[in-house]
Design a protein around this ligand. Structure first.
Ligand SMILES: NC(=O)c1ccc[n+]([C@@H]2O[C@H](COP(=O)([O-])OP(=O)(O)OC[C@H]3O[C@@H](n4cnc5c(N)ncnc54)[C@H](OP(=O)(O)O)[C@@H]3O)[C@@H](O)[C@H]2O)c1
Length: 245
């Protein structure tokens, strides 16, 4: 089997996911660009290839069982294994005016959609990719989370953590909790799984507001996707170190 390491990044057609794919490509990985829209996917793959990176498109809607099964089969055919999975695809869900999600008036459909993408999507993709990851000598899984999922920070009145977000923030707390459960399940294996916070990044997601570039936002996820053996697992990181749960 090829020595070249294989990575899959979900939601890699733009924003932080695109930069994670570009960063892993620059480190010599062959990168699967997971994306649900064919045109956006091919544009991203074309841009990565134009700068000399080894990228291929992986059609994938993380909320769709069949599409995720098909994605795993495609990677099986093209690469035969997976060394790094970065679960980056995520949505905020519909916001009230002022970029708030008020829990007292929350539309359950918004909550369902956010959890389906940010939580169930990660379980769906991770479990579909696990047989491929288990063939790697050093499998790494990174869940792109957010510090707004930190219950410690959310409940500290002295920390400025932005508006009330009753669907998005708990979806990332749920994702963090799942990351810990996976790490416990993987104890004693060579699989390392961690959550990454990119910081506040100017992307479509934030209406291009935020002090950080997508490239800066990608840095922690890239570091966690390329951890050496014996590295941390079941933890939550940002650039400055560990984020409290
Ligand atoms: N930006 C920030 O400040 C910030 C802060 C903390 C955490 N994050 C997290 O970082 C991750 C990336 O965010 P971003 O800022 O780069 O946002 P973005 O520019 O909006 O990109 C989100 C990506 O996820 C994809 N996606 C959404 N739903 C999907 C689905 N059902 N199936 C497959 N792909 C799907 C989008 O694809 P389409 O183009 O098809 O919509 C897009 O590629 C998210 O998990 C987000 O929660 C972002």
């Amino acid at each position: 089997m090829s020595e070249t390491k294989i990575a899959l990044v979900t939601g890699a057609n733009k924003g932080i996911g695109y930069e994670i794919a570009a960063g892993l490509g620059s480190l010599g990985y062959r990168v699967g660009v997971g994306a649900r829209d064919a045109a956006r996917r091919e544009t991203a793959v074309g841009k990565l290839r134009a700068v000399g990176l080894d990228a291929f498109g992986v059609p994938m809607d993380v909320t769709d069982d069949q599409s995720v099964t098909d994605a795993a089969e495609l990677i099986e055919r093209l690469a035969g294994r997976l060394d790094a999975l970065v679960n980056n695809a995520g949505i905020s869900g519909e916001m009230d005016p002022g970029w708030v999600q008020d829990p007292t008036t929350l539309d359950l459909e918004v909550l369902r959609t956010v959890v389906d993408t940010n939580v169930m999507g990660v379980v769906r993709v991770t479990n579909a990719m696990l047989p491929l990851l288990r063939r790697s000598a050093s499998p790494r899984i990174v869940n792109v989370s957010s510090s707004v999922g930190s219950l410690t920070r959310q409940s500290d009145p002295d920390i400025e953590i932005g508006p009330v977000m009753a669907a998005y923030a708990p979806s990332k707390s749920f994702l963090n909790a799942l990351t810990v459960q996976y790490a416990r399940q993987f104890a004693g294996t060579n699989i390392l799984i961690n959550a990454a916070c990119p910081g506040l990044v100017a992307t479509d997601f934030t209406g291009f507001q935020g002090p950080r570039t997508p490239e800066q936002g990608a840095a922690t996820a890239i570091r966690l996707a390329t951890l050496p053996d014996g590295g941390p697992t079941g933890s939550f990181f940002e650039d400055d170190g560990v984020v409290p749960w």
